[in-house]
Design a protein around this ligand. Structure first.
Ligand SMILES: [Zn+2]
Length: 364
């Protein structure tokens, strides 16, 4: 039987085949918006997908992870909103160069702005590129970064760690925010009875009890069911809360297999639900993997064995394996408690030859 992803608020779509540039789209159901991890070739993403994006997370600015930013800008630049872009130090310079490559004499006041956040180990530096002013860079400020978190909203949290790819390359973990959960067994043991009060407790937990409805819980007593007001709602919730861990997605690409990187991966990706991880080379080309600071199948087998994600999606195989790509799946050693997610060779449509284009264009 096929196992389903246990995500409550995240809907992941990997928009790439095994040999395509990696592009991971996460739709956040409660917000009706999405985020994108890496932005190489993205011309096959529907405009509706691009317009849903509120934030982009770029691992590093090698072309196969960043060249799609032009396509993205083309799709959204006349929308009246601000889009956040997170990436390693130096990304704002790259963005400035990209945007300076076009003529913007026809800008309107309602055009979108890009807010670029450069992620350092101890701080985040932010620059603004306002569309209304032709996307000329403005320095917005610096904020300290006390932990790995770089972005959060009411539904998700994104953490990042800088790894070594001969240049800084970010790996990301996206976690669903804690949900309101009640353990029915704990409820029973505490002598409580289900009722509308649970909905009010949930609203208080989520901060959505707009009418300030009073919380009156139901107790099972010898004399019957009694209703009683509760002052300490926090203790009450701690007594009955469920323990289901929050689901998360790990995204690792373009890093070398060295001790520092491995330690960072173990610390960040422990307990991850779905691991999306590069596997650029087969094991006989480990030397090439080491030279280019990428992972090979042996390295990936080591990582999955230690991390044991519920689901594992290998990606970003080198295009040099165009005829032998399926060998990757022979070399992977997937532990029995891990479900492998397989990709086709390509997901993107193949470019056309002149004869193919001529067949499509009709003469009348
Ligand atoms: Zn790279």
């Amino acid at each position: 039987m096929q196992r389903r992803f246990p995500f409550r608020t995240l809907e992941p779509t990997f928009f790439s085949g095994l040999l395509d540039d990696p592009v991971l789209y996460l739709f956040i159901r409660p917000l009706g918006r999405g985020i994108l991890l890496d932005c190489g070739r993205i011309q096959h993403l529907a405009k509706r997908v691009m317009k849903s994006l509120s934030a982009l997370f770029i691992s590093h600015a090698h072309m196969d992870h960043f060249m799609g930013i032009d396509t993205f800008v083309r799709s959204v630049h006349v929308s009246p909103r601000t889009i956040d872009i997170y990436g390693p130090p130096g990304l704002a310079d790259k963005m400035a160069c990209k945007l300076a490559g076009y003529v913007w004499n026809l800008t309107e006041a309602y055009w979108c702005s890009f807010r670029v956040h450069e992620v350092f180990a101890d701080r985040i530096e932010t620059a603004l590129f306002p569309g209304s002013e032709g996307f000329v860079r403005q320095h917005l400020g610096v904020r300290s970064r006390p932990d790995r978190t770089i972005y959060q909203n009411q539904s998700i949290k994104v953490e990042a760690e800088e790894c070594d790819h001969k240049i800084p390359s970010l790996i990301f973990k996206i976690s669903e925010r804690p949900s309101f959960q009640v353990d029915e067994e704990k409820l029973f043991q505490a002598g409580l009875v289900k009722g509308n009060w649970l909905r009010i407790l949930q609203k208080n937990f989520q901060g959505t009890n707009q009418g300030n409805l009073p919380l009156r819980v139901l107790w099972q007593r010898k004399e019957g069911i009694l209703e009683e007001a509760v002052e300490d709602q926090h203790s009450l919730y701690e007594k009955i809360r469920g323990e289901r861990p929050e689901a998360s997605i790990g995204y690792i690409t373009d890093i070398g297999f060295n001790n520092k990187n491995i330690e960072k991966i173990f610390n960040l990706m422990k307990g991850v639900t779905l691991l999306v991880c590069e596997c650029s080379f087969l094991k006989q080309e480990k030397g090439k993997a080491r030279i280019s600071a990428h992972l090979c199948s042996d390295d990936v087998n080591f990582l999955i064995d230690k991390l044991r994600p519920s689901f594992f999606l290998p990606m970003h195989l080198s295009k040099s394996y165009i005829h032998t790509w399926e060998k990757l799946y022979e070399e992977l050693k997937i532990p029995p408690d891990v479900t492998l997610v397989r990709l086709p060779k390509y997901l993107t449509p193949q470019p056309l030859l002149p004869c193919e284009a001529r067949k499509i264009v009709r003469k009348t």
